[in-house]
Design a binder for this molecule. Structure first.
Ligand SMILES: Nc1nc2c(c(=O)[nH]1)N[C@H]1C(S)=C(S)[C@@H](COP(=O)(O)O)O[C@H]1N2
Ligand SMILES: [Mo]
Length: 447
């Protein structure tokens, strides 16, 4: 080796290295992470992996269910206005009419989905760390069964990285996706879940065995000095030639737990609301709110989507379309009609939500009756906003008939501010924020 370096000719020594590699017996792993001696942490063990695995088994199951519900809440079954996901086919099997009770349903679902996703990041990283030698296993496939298993790992690891990355980019409003977030996160979820289910089926028994191989109390009492590698096993993540421990297993658990706890503290407040809102340091919305009746989170300001003073000035009209033809109203005419009230939150798909705000305006059901369709199947809501992806939505019959569903003109006793949708906006209980259209101009009721 020393002679090789001292002859000073990189080309010749590279040639020698290549010839030596070619002379290796078949089946020898390439150097670096593919060699068993490369990974030397003594704390990698089936037990540690199983603990992280159990947390993820529970956590990802909740993420998956809340994710499906979140998607169903858009009422994508109503048609392409609400959901442009191409070719979803049977992957839309779980879709049902989203309820309007209780009014905090979407707020809860989305708060859990987003907060849990953020909190699980350290656990995902710890789990990947604990099994990383397995990802470099050599040879890549020993048998067809082994090849299938490793292919499922590709879906699993690729899927988890993709879903967490797209989700976190979205809640941080960093829209760098090549395409729609919904489509990517939706298909990514199904790919990931396919790998996840295969992985759980293949590993559940091993996980239970590993969990029962040690007692948690015993691990929590063992400091770094007394931390030993487990006996090497062919199939597991145990190091072949472990070095001395620089961290105990309880240290690894504490580090992961502390990371998750810190993320929980700086994230959850955006969904819990109240005084906790101020702890939500990681939340891009809601740290510098205006004061007064309109002082709650704004997603997109009027200026940011190109709403001009003319669009929402005295020339603005509401147009109702239905069997009665097209009826046109000024804001004054709408205010002269009997007003109804509802205390409802805005809850965004990104996880943040407001506490209940006190809205008043006209019931969607009353407007449907005016349009000549007292029991409509749906309503197409269109905004003054031109061409924005949130400017047109369909609401379902149950959303129109709920007496708390309003075309709001006031909030907390004041006129809506331009940023909150003046002259008029939709507010519907348990509705995803994105479907509470601001700067409404047209309502088309359909049977
Ligand atoms: N026309 C229009 N309506 C809209 C939006 C928009 O960009 N344009 N944003 C939606 C989204 S994503 C949310 S979460 C809510 C936020 O309402 P707020 O800004 O009043 O809090 O408005 C919804 N209504
Ligand atoms: Mo939103």
């Amino acid at each position: 080796m020393a002679g090789e370096q001292s002859d000073g000719d990189p080309w010749r020594s590279a040639g020698r290295r290549l010839r030596r590699r070619a002379a290796q017996p078949a089946g020898t792993a390439p150097p670096g992470p593919f060699r068993p001696g490369f990974w030397r942490s003594p704390i990698r063990s089936p037990w540690l992996t199983a603990v992280f695995g159990l947390v993820l088994l529970l956590g990802i199951t909740v993420l998956f269910v809340t994710g499906l519900l979140s998607y169903a809440a858009y009422n994508p079954g109503l048609g392409a206005v609400n959901d442009q996901t191409p070719d979803k086919g049977i992957l839309g099997f779980y879709l049902f009419t989203w309820p309007t009770h209780p009014s905090w349903l979407y707020r809860l679902n989305q708060g859990v989905h987003v907060t849990l996703g953020v909190v699980l990041v350290p656990v995902v990283l710890a789990k990947l760390w604990s099994v990383i030698p397995k990802l470099f296993e050599w040879p890549p496939a020993r048998s067809p069964a082994h090849a299938v298993e490793r292919l499922s790992l590709l879906l699993l690891v690729g899927g988890v990285v993709f879903e967490f990355a797209t989700g976190i980019l979205n809640i941080q409003l960093h829209y760098i996706f090549p395409g729609s977030f919904y489509t990517l996160h939706f298909y990514g979820a199904w790919v990931f879940i396919a790998g996840f289910v295969v992985h759980v089926v293949l590993r559940l028994a091993r996980m239970w065995r590993a969990l029962r191989s040690r007692r948690l109390g015993e691990v929590l009492r063992t400091d770094t000095a007394h931390t030993r590698a487990e006996p090497s096993d062919e199939a597991g993540p145990v190091a072949a030639s472990p070095r001395a421990a620089t961290m105990s297993r309880r240290g690894a658990l504490a580090l992961t737990g502390a990371g998750s706890l810190a993320l929980l503290v700086v994230t959850a407040g955006q969904s819990i609301g109240g005084v906790w809102r101020r702890t939500a340091l990681l939340a891009p919305h809601g740290q510098s709110l205006a004061s007064g009746p309109n002082g709650f989170q704004v997603n997109k300001t009027a200026a940011s989507v190109g709403i001009t003073a003319d669009d929402i000035g005295p020339a603005w009209r509401l147009r109702l379309h239905g069997p009665a033809g097209t009826l046109t109203f000024t804001r004054e005419q709408l205010l002269a009609m009997p007003q109804d009230a509802a205390a409802l939150p805005i809850a965004c798909v990104e996880g943040w939500s407001t506490d209940d705000q006190h809205w008043s305006g006209l019931r969607l059901a009353a407007l449907a009756a005016l349009a000549g369709l007292p029991h409509p199947g749906s309503v197409l809501v269109e905004s003054v906003e031109r061409g924005g992806s949130f400017s047109t939505v369909l609401l379902a019959g149950n959303q129109i008939s709920n007496p708390l569903s309003l075309l709001a003109l006031h909030v907390n006793g004041a006129d809506l501010s331009p940023d909150h949708g003046y002259p008029a906006r939709v507010i519907v209980p348990a509705n995803p924020g994105v479907n509470n259209t601001k700067w409404v101009r047209d309502l088309t009721f359909r049977a």
